[in-house]
Design a protein around this ligand. Structure first.
Ligand code: SAH
Length: 445
């Protein structure tokens, strides 16, 4: 391992799984955030972890033509984005190549991978911001945590968050200062506001602000809320969430609606969803709609089909396909997501859908028949039990939506004897970050 404080000179030859530039130097591996393939630079070693040295850029000797000026002022320090310095077409190329590599090295398959579908405007896409507030040098700040730390990097404009949220959070910080409402200090266990959460609707003019507080009530709460409303008339509801625990979990159990209806409504592919402070909802609704529509065009659904939507979350994919099939069964392990899903189906008058709260691997083994499977497991992927059941049931069409190409490629190994891979289509759901979403369409041989 290289000692902390060592200065090295090296050339970046690839990217890590989390999007850092990788340098190989005399059997040492160095990960450098913001370094671009082809660049040669002086690197300061900051720390090591499990066999890897982590460094930061001191001076770039050879600058890549793919380097761009980051839109964000704190791009390197902040742990949120990895690719602010890399041109957007190159970000998409990186994502396509990651998927290709996963299939090549893990599934041992040389499949065609389509070019990653990106956004026309890859900034300001997040519909949810959840930021701690702190006092640094007597100033109230909000922001993200530094890479691999619990120290906040103050941000006034996050370029991947909705512009409306950026404006509101800045206004709230100012009003907090005017009202002398202290941000919560974890070490001293003192102060009132811990986090501010803002959720915006893409299709309706609705915005929810959640103030996470360390106490039930605080001085001049009504006046404080009234000023927030006055300065930000676009806010449609304000909720107080009370979290008195000494924990990293942001939201507490108890909530009180201070203004409006306590939730917002947004829609995906024409279906409306209630979104409250804790609801799961896709954070890039523009790309989510593209992805759902893509799924619908790939699956040649029939009115006689039974479709299983496994790992269904709040039921969005199943609901978006329900009018094309006989019935949809959604299976999801989180009870609160299932509850939201049931309510959403009812409100949209979707009747041919059933929601099961269960482990997908357990549930699929109970099924006798299946025409179409859509599966969207978490990052760790599916399980051998689930995939064995798929091989037994042999639905004619499968859509596998994945947020980790490596576990996707591992799982495809179980299916490749009985299924032909028709399409592999990456989607950029999270521009500027290393995250990759992939849709695979499999058809029974
Ligand atoms: N399909 C949804 C959400 C996918 S996220 C959408 O597009 O919005 C993955 C989901 O899998 C999460 O909601 C998670 O709670 C659920 N999950 C995780 N493990 C599971 C399991 N063993 N069985 C069923 N669902 C599971």
């Amino acid at each position: 391992m290289l000692k902390k404080g060592t200065l090295i000179k090296g050339k970046c030859t690839s990217y890590s799984n989390e999007g850092e530039g990788v340098i190989h130097l005399n059997k040492e591996v160095i990960f450098v955030k913001g370094l671009i393939v082809g660049e040669e630079a002086d690197i300061l070693i900051n720390y090591n972890r499990v066999g890897i040295n982590y460094g930061s850029i001191k001076k770039i000797h050879k600058i890549s033509k793919d380097r761009i000026q980051p839109k964000c002022k704190v791009a390197t320090a902040c742990g949120g984005c990895s690719f602010q310095s890399l041109s957007y077409p190159k970000q998409l190329e990186y994502k396509t190549n990651k998927v290709k590599d996963a299939f090549k090295y893990i599934s041992k398959l040389d499949v065609k991978v389509n070019d990653c579908i990106g956004m026309d405007e890859p900034y300001y896409y997040r519909n949810k911001i959840q930021t701690p507030v702190k006092k640094i040098n007597k100033k109230i700040v909000s922001g993200f945590y530094k890479v691999k730390s619990h120290n906040i990097v103050p941000i006034d404009e996050c370029v991947i968050e909705d512009k409306r949220s950026n404006k509101i959070i800045n206004s709230i910080k100012k009003i907090m200062a005017d009202f002398k409402i202290e941000p919560y200090d974890e070490d001293r266990r003192y102060g009132i506001i811990r986090h501010v959460l803002i959720r915006t609707s893409l299709h309706f003019n609705e915005i929810m602000v959640v103030l996470v507080t360390n106490c039930d009530s605080f001085p001049s709460r009504n006046n404080f809320i009234n000023i927030i409303k006055k300065e930000n008339p676009e806010i449609t509801t304000i909720v107080q969430n009370i979290n008195k625990r000494d924990t990293n979990v942001i939201l507490g159990e108890q909530e009180r609606i201070l203004f409006g209806k306590g939730y917002i409504v947004d829609s995906l592919c024409g279906i409306k969803f209630h979104i409250s402070s804790k609801s799961f909802f896709q954070i890039n609704p523009i790309q989510t709609e593209k992805l759902y529509r893509y799924i619908a065009t790939k699956l040649d659904l029939k009115k006689s089909d039974a479709l299983l939507d496994a790992y269904s979350g709040v039921g969005t994919i199943g609901m978006s396909l329900a009018n094309k099939v006989k019935e949809v069964i959604s299976v999801e392990i989180e009870r609160s997501a299932v509850k939201d899903a049931i309510r959403n189906a009812k409100e949209n008058n979707i009747k041919n859908i059933k929601f099961i709260c269960d482990d997908a691997s357990r549930y699929i083994n109970e099924l006798k028949e299946l025409d179409v499977l859509v599966m969207d497991p978490p990052r760790k992927g599916s399980t051998p039990e689930f995939l064995k059941a798929v091989n037994y049931l042999q639905p004619k069409n499968i859509i596998y939506v994945s947020c980790d190409p490596n576990t996707l490629a591992r799982d495809i190994n179980y299916l490749k004897d009985k299924y032909i891979i028709k399409v592999v289509q990456p989607f950029d759901m999270f521009p500027m970050t290393y995250h990759i979403e992939t849709v695979v369409h499999l058809v029974r041989r």
